[in-house]
Ligand binder design. Sequence first.
Ligand SMILES: Nc1ncnc2c1ncn2[C@@H]1O[C@H](COP(=O)(O)OP(=O)(O)O)[C@@H](O)[C@H]1O
Ligand SMILES: [Mg+2]
Length: 301
Amino acid sequence: MLVRGVGLHKVFESGFIAKRKIVAVDNVDIEIDKGETLVLVGESGSGKSTLGRLLLMLIKPTRGEVYFNGLNLNKMEGKELRKLRQKMQLIPQHPEDALDPRWRIYDSIIEPLKIHNRVNKSEEKEIVCKLIEMVGLQEEHLSRYPHELSGGELQRAVIARAIALNPKFIVCDEPTSMLDPSVQASIVNLLLNLQKKLGLTYLFITHDLELARVISGRTAVMYCGQTVEEGKGILEKPLHPYTKMLVNPLDIDIELKHDTQAGNQVGCKFYHLCPERSNECLKRPEFVKSNGRTVRCWLYS
Ligand SMILES: Nc1ncnc2c1ncn2[C@@H]1O[C@H](COP(=O)(O)OP(=O)(O)O)[C@@H](O)[C@H]1O
Ligand SMILES: [Mg+2]
């Protein structure tokens, strides 16, 4: 196992006047094996990005632990953590977040290598050229600024920068959701090819179920900060009532039900909308294993 989160919990405080607590990630256990892709699905606001950032230790958990290759990241500080970060990268939803608008693409791609003293002047050009070739960019793109690239080209540049340090683990946070469908497919293919070629481990976050099916592999469904179901083929044969609803939205408005109130209740977070609820669901369900998957639902306990 390469990446492991244990009891991860993240509370944000927000609001100017009255401080309000938002439980973005609620006691999540997660494991990702070396070389595998764990697809994380869930509607907007369910805590996917926060979980991804916690696993990279880009934000600190309120509670819980993160292990990378058996090392406890909670116990690491400054220099040590920065060194390990080379092995863990983020490809964000908005590629412009990862690139400095005032820098040429060349400088953005070479920067991580410079920071970590991994390159000397004479090899720079060769390394950058190799990287852009791997992601399907041309030399002419290198002298441009981010605003002079298309969305797809920009995301390729971000990917080149992300793989520059030979990472082991990459959190792909909805890396194609801002792109046109045709471009989307080419970026997804690029990511999957790079994974094979470089032996990468992915946490692939998406709210697009079609895309989740294309990537396949093990999938985890997130709802109100918790993972509610996890395993292979869960989108084809969902067990949890929420996953069923996600797969077959029927007539219930999924946007409507996501209120933070749900996060405060003691029992199952899906209680208020669940067509299969019973009194038992007023108590919080734990994860149980059922036919090779794990489900957080009293129906299977
Ligand atoms: N830095 C932050 N400060 C306050 N609240 C945040 C912050 N980041 C995320 N949140 C809140 O945490 C919840 C989960 O957000 P997020 O992880 O971005 O969800 P997703 O990626 O699934 O859309 C949301 O209610 C969001 O508003
Ligand atoms: Mg997100």
